[in-house]
Design a binder for this molecule. Structure first.
Ligand code: ASP
Length: 322
C-alpha cells in the first residue's frame, strides 16, 4: 500500500476517534445514570468498504497508474497499526469499484446495510471507505435515507502532500473543526436529514432515472430530446449562471416538463443558490429551482423525490427543506 493511502487510512483512525468520542461518552454517562459500571469495551465500529483510491494498488511503487478498489477491507484494517486501541473494528466489503462506476444498485445495498448495522445498539458508528469521484453524491444519498443519529463517516484518499483543501463547502464553509481531539460544530444543520427525512429507512428497490443536462454557449435541444427518449423521469439542468441556458434548451426543457418530466434548474457554477422566478419564469415554464444543491446532489434528491411524487410544487418544497 502506498504511503499516501496509508496516511489517508491513518487519518481515518483519527476521524474515528473524533466521531466516536461523543456517542461513547454519552453511552457511558447513560450507564452511570442507570447505576451500571461503565463498560471498558471500546466502541464498536463497522467499516463498509466500496473501493476507491483509498483501496487502490499500483503495479509497482512510483508508478503513476493504479487500480482503484484493489485491496479488500481486511487489508486496509491490517495496514493501520493500533486501530484496535481506538475501537472494535470489523469490516465488510459492499463493493470494490472506482466510485466513477457508482450505481443506484450499490447505493441501495450500501444504504440498507448502513441502516441494519446502525440499528444494532452495540454499534457506535459506521465508516465507509469510498472513492472521491462521487463521494459527495453517496454522502448526500445516505444523508437522506439513513435512519439513525449515529455518526456515518465517509473517507477517501486523493490528497497530494501540498493541498489539504481538496473538498470544500463553497456556500457554507466548514461545518466545524477539531480542537485537541474534540469536535466543535459551528452550527447544526437546519435542513431535514437522517431521522428527520421522509426518505429515511425506506429504501426502494430501484430509483427512477434522472439525468443531468449541461448548458454552454450555443447549446441546443438534443440532450433533452435524447434523454427523454431514453426514459428519463427527471432532468436536472446544470445551467449557466442562475441555472439558465439558451432559448433552445429552455424551450426543450419546458416541453419535457409539460409532458410530465420533472425539471430542476441548478447551476454549473459550483456555488450560490438558484431561486425561483428570478431570470426565468419557473411558474410558467414548469420548473423547480434547486436552491443550494449542485447538479449532482440535485439529481440524488430528485431521484428520491420521484419515488413519492412528480408534482412540481411538492418537489419544490423538498428542495427547500432538504
Ligand atoms: N477514481 C477514484 C474513485 O473515485 C478516485 C479516488 O478515489 O480518489 O474511486
Amino acid at each position: 500500500m502506498s504511503s499516501k493511502r496509508m496516511r489517508a487510512f491513518q487519518a481515518l483512525a483519527a476521524i474515528l476517534a473524533v466521531a466516536l468520542a461523543a456517542p461513547a461518552a454519552a453511552q457511558q454517562a447513560a450507564q452511570a445514570t442507570a447505576g451500571q459500571k461503565p463498560a471498558a469495551a471500546k466502541p464498536k465500529v463497522v467499516i463498509l468498504a466500496t473501493g476507491g483510491t483509498i483501496a487502490g494498488a499500483q503495479p509497482k511503487p512510483g508508478d503513476v497508474g493504479y487500480k482503484a478498489g484493489a485491496y479488500p477491507v481486511s487489508a486496509l484494517i491490517q495496514a493501520v497499526p493500533g486501530l484496535e486501541t481506538i475501537a472494535q473494528i470489523s469490516g465488510e466489503q459492499i463493493a470494490s469499484i472506482g466510485s466513477q462506476d457508482m450505481t443506484d444498485a450499490v447505493w441501495i445495498k450500501l444504504a440498507r446495510r448502513v441502516n441494519e448495522v446502525l440499528a444494532d445498539p452495540a454499534v457506535a458508528g459506521v465508516v465507509i471507505t469510498h472513492g472521491t469521484d462521487t463521494m459527495e453524491e453517496t454522502g448526500y444519498f445516505l444523508n437522506l435515507v439513513t435512519k439513525s443519529d449515529k455518526p456515518v463517516v465517509l473517507v477517501g484518499s486523493m490528497r497530494p502532500a501540498t493541498s489539504l483543501q481538496t473538498f470544500d463547502s463553497p456556500n457554507r464553509g466548514p461545518a466545524g473543526f477539531v480542537l485537541f481531539g474534540k469536535p466543535r460544530w459551528f452550527s447544526t444543520p437546519s435542513w431535514k436529514h437522517t431521522t428527520g427525512s421522509e426518505f429515511a429507512g425506506k429504501i426502494p428497490d430501484t430509483l427512477p432515472r434522472v439525468d443531468i443536462v449541461y448548458a454552454y454557449a450555443n447549446v441546443g435541444a438534443e440532450q433533452v430530446q435524447a434523454l427523454t427518449a431514453a426514459g428519463a423521469k427527471g432532468l436536472v439542468l446544470a445551467g449557466v449562471g442562475d441555472g439558465n441556458g439558451t432559448q433552445a434548451l429552455i424551450d426543450a426543457l419546458s416541453a419535457a416538463s409539460k409532458k410530465g418530466v420533472v425539471v430542476v434548474r441548478s447551476s454549473r457554477t459550483n456555488s450560490g443558490a438558484v431561486a425561483r422566478n428570478v431570470e426565468l419564469d419557473d411558474d410558467k415554464l414548469g420548473f423547480v429551482a434547486a436552491q443550494e444543491l449542485n447538479p449532482q446532489k440535485a439529481r440524488v434528491l430528485l431521484q428520491l423525490a420521484l419515488t413519492k411524487t412528480s408534482d412540481c410544487a411538492r418537489v419544490q418544497k423538498m428542495f427547500e427543506e432538504y
